[in-house]
Write a protein that binds this ligand. Structure first.
Ligand SMILES: [Fe+2]
Length: 452
């Protein structure tokens, strides 16, 4: 593994130790505006208290210390129990819905644990030269940093669920749309190489240094010709579906989706509220009319809702292969790019990711530099996009870390592209996120496709 790596600002290359320090510091920046009471509350079974995230990400690094640091002594057996998420191989753990039922370890104790782990990991990295399995340690620390970035995004979802507009983050003003985007891009079918392939040359993008095992190996798939929306579906378009009685008409819904709509009394996406005859959306900034946010990508919709909208619109959702080909393949030049705009790494000009600091989706047309060769906008950033693809292993899949990705290959759908809460260093066009069809507390949206 390379000894230097792109830093989180994308400006420089740094050592793994420096990257470790940067990534760990950002987690603490995200929780910095919280009051002590906020850290321990669990507002739903599916979210975790912020205290748990800052401890769990440290627990993950402690598993590396336990395996590879000579004479390492476990910090606390109680912490191993409370901060393990779902790893059977690492022993007993508290059930997820009960993470908010305990006031201990305290926040202060959790931060002390975190600082201890940081000290120990940095010592381990300094002594790498003397370790027989230095390569393994390096790759596990890198995995731990990607894991930490996943939890940074989860922290944004969970803090939104916990506090929403009461959270006092340093939010930058939202950008304005610069261009109008509508219509669909027509993509020619044929054989397409799906998935991640490690870069061969020096010019390859630095972010190409890491990919999860579930993005590999790169393999050929056959696609029919198809068309895909140039923009994600907007709040304005989704509002039309609601006003047309979309949530009252079984014919748009999968049977399981229709059951969920009725059981959960869904009438609109999560975070939408009905006040005085008008749909409103609550976000980190406050409460706004949906009409005033009509040009934003719709977010906080489940797979069921995305699919129902698509059927109502006489379209369908894309498969993940269609999404990836639309995002990356430049038919005119007959090359596959790392990202929709080319091989350059994501930055604040071509995407809306965590570093933009908006804490919000950007209106459609606000990021024209990120367009692909077909004029598709905002495929990376803003909202994770639902696809019809089941989350299953690619042919030839080999697990690189037990229980990380491999044990989730059932009953979930793939989402692509990252959201405004995803760090720049963490996203790739081949990244496969996955959630259950009913979930919608994460920043999930979609764009539609159509057969040709
Ligand atoms: Fe985790």
């Amino acid at each position: 593994m390379a000894s230097t790596i792109r830093d989180i600002s994308g400006q420089d290359t740094v050592s793994i130790a420096d990257l470790y320090t940067q990534v760990r510091a950002r987690t603490m920046q995200i929780v910095a505006p919280l009051e002590i009471e906020d850290y321990v509350i669990q507002t739903a079974d599916f979210m975790s208290p912020p205290r748990w995230h800052i401890g769990h990400t440290s627990w993950f690094f402690e598993t590396v210390l336990r395996a590879y640091k000579p004479d390492y002594r476990v910090y606390s057996e109680d912490f191993l129990f409370y901060f393990n998420s779902y790893y059977e191989g690492f022993g007993e753990r508290i059930e997820r819905p009960k993470r908010g039922t305990k006031s201990r370890p305290t926040v202060k104790e959790t931060v002390a644990y975190r600082n201890h782990i940081d000290e120990q990991i940095l010592l381990l990295l300094r002594s790498l030269a003397s370790l027989a399995n230095a390569e393994t340690v390096l790759s596990l620390v890198r995995l731990g940093l990607e894991h930490e970035m996943q939890h940074q995004e989860l922290l944004v979802y969970d803090i939104k669920h916990l506090l929403c507009d009461q959270y006092d983050a340093p939010m930058k003003p939202r950008p304005k749309p610069l261009i109008k985007v509508d219509g669909m891009a027509e993509i020619e079918g044929g054989l397409f190489w799906l998935g991640y392939e490690a870069p061969h040359s020096e010019e390859a993008p630095q972010s190409g240094n890491f990919a999860f095992d579930n993005e590999k190996p790169s393999h050929q798939v056959f696609l029919q010709d198809f068309a895909i929306d140039k923009a994600p579906v907007s709040n304005g378009e989704y509002l039309e579906f609601i006003r047309d009685g979309g949530y009252q008409n079984f014919r748009w819904w999968f049977s399981e989706g229709w059951e969920t709509v009725n059981r959960e009394q869904w009438r609109a996406p999560h975070y939408w509220e009905f006040h005085d005859g008008e749909w409103m959306i609550r976000d980190f900034f406050g409460l706004h009319t949906a009409a005033s946010r009509k040009d934003d990508p719709v977010s906080h919709v489940s797979y069921f809702e995305a699919s129902a909208f698509a059927k109502w619109a006489d379209k369908r959702l894309p498969s993940e292969s269609e999404w990836e080909k639309a995002a990356c393949y430049d038919a005119q030049r007959q090359v596959r790019n790392a990202f929709p705009w080319g091989d350059a790494d994501p930055d604040c000009g071509n995407t809306n990711l965590f570093e933009n600091g908006f804490w919000s989706v950007a209106p459609i047309g606000a990021v024209p530099e990120g367009a692909n060769a077909h004029g598709c906008q905002q495929m990376i950033g803003d909202v994770w996009e639902w696809t019809t693809s089941d989350y299953v292993p690619y042919p030839g899949f080999k697990s690189e870390f037990d229980e990380y990705n491999d044990k989730w290959f059932v009953n979930q759908k793939v989402l692509r592209g990252g959201s405004f809460a995803t760090p720049q260093l963490h996203i790739r066009a081949t990244y496969r996120n996955f959630f259950h069809a009913h979930e919608r507390w994460m920043i999930s949206g979609f764009r539609c496709a159509r057969d040709m």
